[in-house]
Design a protein around this ligand. Structure first.
Ligand SMILES: [Zn+2]
Length: 163
């Protein structure tokens, strides 16, 4: 008897989970040891029974050229998953990326490896170098449009703020 009920089959569920695992190996070129999963870019993963994968990503820094590289890397990583025949990468305009989407692992790596500080929900900043709250925005013009530069009054380091 054939079960015609709609919904993902065991096969597509397994494929979807294999695709998610593959996405965990894709990193942001600007932060080569943090996966796009930890950065909160991956919003949707759909796999059809015949192996077409669609990956919906949320751009973190919408004007950064890194996005094109990420899309290419996602296709390369997903296409080698056994059972996947074809991959589409789409950039979603909603939901909007926010710091809350990053994992604790990503936040710790951004702070410790890149001296990047993530703005908290209440708008406050914490210095990634010394932990001080005495961080003020120095300039809204950072290295890229998605980041700005701030100044820690306690340890006198310049830190990058990811918005
Ligand atoms: Zn500091």
């Amino acid at each position: 008897m054939t079960d015609l009920a709609a919904g993902p089959t065991v096969e597509t569920r397994e494929l979807t989970s294999a695709v998610r695992t593959a996405l965990g190996t894709v990193t942001d070129p600007e932060y080569p040891d943090i996966s796009i999963v930890d950065l909160g870019l991956v919003e949707q993963v759909n796999v059809t029974p015949d192996g077409h994968a669609t990956v919906g990503l949320i751009p973190t820094f919408s004007s950064c050229p890194a996005l094109a590289m990420i899309a290419t890397d996602v296709s390369s990583a997903v296409e080698v998953v056994p059972g996947i025949t074809d991959t589409s990468v789409i950039w979603l305009s909603t939901p909007v990326w926010s710091v809350d989407r990053t994992s604790l692992t990503a936040r710790r790596q951004l702070e410790s490896s890149y001296t990047v500080v993530l703005r908290r929900k209440d708008g406050t900043l914490r210095c990634p170098v010394c932990g001080s709250d005495q961080v003020g925005d120095q300039s809204m013009a950072g290295p890229t449009r998605c980041r700005s530069v701030a100044w820690c009054e306690t340890c006198r380091n310049v830190v990058e703020v990811m918005r």
